[in-house]
Design a protein around this ligand. Sequence first.
Ligand code: F6P
Length: 366
Amino acid sequence: MTQSIGILTSGGDTPGLNAAIRGVGKACLSHYGMHIIGFRDGFRGLMENRTMVLDGDTLSGILTKGGTILGTSRDKPHKMPMNGKVLDMTETIVANYHANQLDCLVCLGGGGTMKNALRLQQAGLNIVSLPKTIDNDVALTETTFGFDTALGIATDAIDRLHSTAHSHHRIIVVEIMGHRAGWLALGAGIAGGADVILIPEIPYQVEAVADAIKARKRKGKPFSIVAVAEGALTQEEFAEQQAVTARKKDKKAKEVVAEPELVYAERTLRLAHQLELLTGLESRPTILGHLQRGGTPSAADRLLATRLGTAAADLIQAKQYGFMVAARGESSTPVALEDVAGQVKTVPPDHPWVASARSVGTSFGD
Ligand code: F6P
C-alpha cells in the first residue's frame, strides 16, 4: 500500500526550509514511491485543509530558494485564533489528517513546533519532525538549518559595521536575533570579532561594558562593536525576570503577574544611549532583524537540510514515528519528541565558544 505523507512548515521561516522540503519530498516520492502533499501556512493550513501538490515539478528548483514554498505561521493546533477567539482545533486537524488518508505528517519547525508535534502524536497522528531555526536553540540536535546562513549574514554585518565604527571612533551596538538563546550572537560575535558579546545566558552590567570600551579607548582603540542578542538582559532585568517567574509559579500569589515589558529593540536603543553617556564616545544602534532570516541558504544549510530531510523519509519508510531527526556529526539520529518538546538548548556559560571569546579579550559584560 503506497504511503501518503503530509508536510508543513511552522514558526519563523529560515533559509534551508525549501531544501528540507525538497529532501523529504524527493526521497519520499522518487526513492520510496510515496505520495506527498503540502499543507499551507503551518498548522493553520492543516486545520483549514489548504493543501499544495508536491511532485517532481513543485520540488524542482527550490533547493536555493529562501523562505518556504508552503508558507508558515505561528498558529498552534490547541490555541488557534478563530474570528477573535482562541480555540482548540486539534479535533479538526486530526479529522483532516485522516480525510487525506495520511500515514505520516512531517513537521518542520523550532521548539514551539516540537511541542505542537508531540501534542498531535499524542492525539494519535504519526509524526516525524525536523529541527529548523536560525536560533539553534532546539534541544538534542547539534544544530538546526537556518543557523549557518544567519551566522553568515550577521557576521557580514559586523564586518561592515567595523569599518564605519573605526572611521567615526564610535560604538556600534548591533542587535542579533535570539530571544531565548544566544548562539547566533555568540557565533557571529566571535566570527566578526565583536569586542563585547551580550547573550541571555550571561546577564551583564552596563557599567562593565562601558569599562571594557573605555579600556580599549585607553589603548588607542576609540571604537567598539557590541553584539547583543535580542534576549540579553542586565543583571537587574534578569533578577526581575526570575522574580516574575517565581511569582507565576507561586500558586498562592493573588496578583496577576505582569510580564516585564521586554521589547528588544527599545532595550538595544537604550543600551547604545547609556554607553554613549558612560564612555563619552558616540554610539549608534543597528537592528539586524529579519535580514537574518532572508535569502538563499548557505551551502552548509543546504547540505544539512537535505540530509535531515532524506533521513526523515527513511524513518517514514521504516514506520518509525514520534521522532525528531537530530543532527549528529556527519549523520543524524532519531530523538523521541517527548524528549525534545518544551526544552530549549541555551548556551552554557562555560561553553568552549565562550571560553574562546574570553581568551581573545572579548567582554561579556559580567
Ligand atoms: O525564532 C526565530 C526568530 O527569528 C527569533 O530569533 C526572533 O526573535 C523571532 O523569530 C521573531 O519572530 P517573528 O518573525 O514572528 O517576528
